[in-house]
Ligand binder design. Sequence first.
Ligand code: NPW
Ligand code: ADP
Ligand code: K
Length: 499
Amino acid sequence: MQNLLTASQIREVDAYTIINEPVSSIDLMERAAEAFVNKFVSLYTDRPSVIICCGTGNNGGDGLAIARLLFERGYTNIVVWIVRYNNKKTDDFEVNYKRLLTYSIQVQELFPAEQLPSITADVVIDALFGSGLNKPLIDPWRSLVRYINKEAKVVVSVDIPTGMPAEGNMETFENVIIAQDVITFQAPKISFLFPESGKFLKRFHVVDIGLHQGFMASLDTEFCSIMNDDIRSRLKVRENFSHKGTYGHACILAGNEHTMGAALLSAEACLYTGAGLTTVCIPSSGLSALNTRLPEVMALDRSKLSELGTGKYKSLGIGPGLGTGEEIRGCLSELLADDLPPLVLDADALNVVAANKNLLTLLKAETILTPHMKEFDRLFGHSDHWWDRVIKARTEASRRKLIIVLKNRYTFVALPDGKIWVNFTGNPAMASGGMGDVLTGILVALLAQGYKAADAAILGVFIHGKAGDLLAAEGMGVIPASCLIKKIPNVIEDFSSSI
Ligand SMILES: NC(=O)C1=CN([C@@H]2O[C@H](COP(=O)(O)OP(=O)(O)OC[C@H]3O[C@@H](n4cnc5c(N)ncnc54)[C@H](OP(=O)(O)O)[C@@H]3O)[C@@H](O)[C@H]2O)[C@@H](O)CC1
Ligand SMILES: Nc1ncnc2c1ncn2[C@@H]1O[C@H](COP(=O)(O)OP(=O)(O)O)[C@@H](O)[C@H]1O
Ligand SMILES: [K+]
């Protein structure tokens, strides 16, 4: 895992690195500028003309160093804007300013109430404000940002688009640079994970600037990202003398007459994630579809729900395509009061619980809930913005000892210990119906194989997204959920064989 830091934690790590590593503050800025330039030249290979718009803080200092480094790499068409809208400046900005003046790079100073110069360059590099932003932009900075948004062809931001807070509620921050690319230092800013950031940045790229890893890891952070190593260290290799009994019997209660596909997708994903045995509890109207499509999967009649609490099954998933009719509501209330195996609740099971919140109190510790945004809001109340929603997921997960998998482009896994693990795998080709049903099947299979619920959730969301990424890399711009399932064994193989 890698801790994701708030702006004040970034400053802490910055200060710690400077004190404890053989690197001065100005050299760290140089490293950051170098890392930016390396990425920039790999993204924009045709040596575009650039305007570098620099504030007078450390983000601006980065911008000045970037100008110098691009010049040294043969960029000839560089104009540096220095935005002098107040008298503040940092020491490292000042050092880089003096260094810049020894180069024959065109510098233009901008003062309040002056007309803004025209933008003719191919790319504007935005180094106005970085993670030091502590309030929404007002004029004259606001007008400058609006002007750049209106006039620039392409903007590439240094560390974070100017005007965007590094974390917290973004609602009041309306005036933000709209960046094609953001080249950000060391780890993604927490704000990048929320859909609200999508209108201000298309892509972000993380570059390593050598901040102190040990200190970063030691910080008590709310957010961390799921890394490849987290998967490798958790995935168990299938043993030589293992048999189907070794990998558990999973059961999925899902499907209805018109939504049988959801049950089939979940069951198939469960199969492909390696459960020893998979049973799906569906209405009899789905039997011929099941037997035709998934001969490996067994069926349990809907009238035999009491079997689910008998210990026969090692894990249980409830919800995909289940429906929320009176009969389902009644049987779910009874079922959740039973002593059930490790449990995943998804889709309609969540909707039933949302309509009768008392059911939440019946859920055993470590139950996994997999709501998308709307299901989450039905369960825990409406949120106006994602920061609120994610913090609510954290609070509810620790208060109720649940595992809440809040699904989105970047899925948030809120654990009972208060930590939120963020999954970065996955891509927009996966935005199609049935994808969540597949995730449920993956999770139920992992629980059946004996993974602890928190590990199953971390592994499950990663594997799900990674399977989508493999297909996207093969050129699939749209991925039907049933196609993604077939890639799950490849991901598992990739990440477990290297132990
Ligand atoms: N962390 C790292 O590891 C490294 C970080 N580096 C770089 O440093 C950047 C952070 O730099 P920074 O702290 O100097 O802040 P920056 O964003 O330049 O702002 C400057 C000042 O602006 C002010 N201000 C705030 N909001 C405002 C507003 N709305 N309207 C007007 N003014 C406003 C506020 O001062 P205040 O007004 O509060 O006194 C603030 O202090 C970071 O993004 C990265 O690029 C790398 O160089 C090296 C390694
Ligand atoms: N743009 C995207 N990038 C990454 N993952 C996505 C994207 N869109 C959807 N997904 C994933 O697909 C799944 C969709 O779940 P859900 O909305 O419950 O689907 P359904 O109800 O159709 O099965 C989630 O796991 C989500 O993370
Ligand atoms: K910036």
